[in-house]
Design a protein around this ligand. Structure first.
Ligand SMILES: CC(C)(COP(=O)(O)OP(=O)(O)OC[C@H]1O[C@@H](n2cnc3c(N)ncnc32)[C@H](O)[C@@H]1OP(=O)(O)O)[C@@H](O)C(=O)NCCC(=O)NCCS
Length: 196
């Protein structure tokens, strides 16, 4: 199996919508915000994300030429909007999400509020298609992100809602900074110091 990491281009938009929605549909924050098995809501969310919100460097992982994974990162301080802009930003950008909007506002307001003042390159989203997980594709995408951190001489930061992901990220030098409930689910905030 040959895994190739290359820059994301809009040609991959619909494939990446599928990869992201399929990968995240069972993540606790997504279930809490959108409901169980809401692949439709997750697809809407990620289509808007890919078109309008994920504006930093982004990469895809190709396995034998097929997109299996996606990774986006963005440099602070513009990695997330200021907390006071969240209600308007969510209600306009993410209007199609309808009933999920109040929870999505709570979710992103918290993430914006906790976003570190210290300069960093914020990771997320990162996802591998469920049928392609456990084969090293996530690791290949993480290695590309770490390479970017080294090039930029930057610290890394991320949020996650799965305990197994916490262990995954620790392998790349991340440490847990904070753990707390968010819209009814445990969430971990992780930091990777800049390499010396
Ligand atoms: C997290 C994710 C990107 C990892 O991608 P992946 O291609 O499965 O990762 P890899 O195959 O490179 O696995 C790397 C290691 O982490 C472990 N691991 C990764 N995800 C795991 C999971 N969900 N459960 C248990 N172990 C996991 C693997 O066992 C492997 O360990 P090893 O190196 O000791 O064998 C992928 O599981 C995913 O898309 N998850 C759903 C979306 C998500 O949670 N994204 C991250 C949000 S913060």
């Amino acid at each position: 199996m040959a895994i190739v990491i290359e820059k994301y281009s809009a040609d991959h938009l619909e494939t990446c919508v599928s990869v992201l929605a399929d990968a995240f549909v069972t993540n606790p924050l997504h279930v809490s915000a959108f409901g169980s098995q809401r692949i439709d809501q997750n697809r809407l969310f990620f289509r808007i994300g890919l078109r309008r919100m994920f504006i930093g460097p982004a990469f895809v992982a190709l396995e034998d030429g097929t997109v299996r994974g996606y990774m986006h990162c963005n440099a602070s301080p513009y990695c997330l909007p200021p907390p006071e802009e969240i209600p308007t930003a969510v209600a306009t950008l993410l209007k199609p999400l309808g009933a999920a909007i109040p929870r999505v506002i709570q979710w992103f307001a918290k993430w914006c509020h906790l976003d570190p003042d210290e300069p960093h390159v914020h990771l997320g989203p990162i996802a591998v298609a469920p049928e392609a997980q456990g084969k090293g594709i996530g690791t290949a995408l993480m290695n590309r992100y770490i390479e970017h951190l080294k090039q930029e001489r930057a610290a890394g930061y991320l949020e996650t809602d799965r305990p197994e992901n916490v262990e995954f990220y620790k392998k790349f030098g991340f440490i847990v900074q904070r753990e707390e409930q968010l819209i009814g689910t445990p969430t971990w905030y992780m930091w990777r110091p800049q390499d010396k």
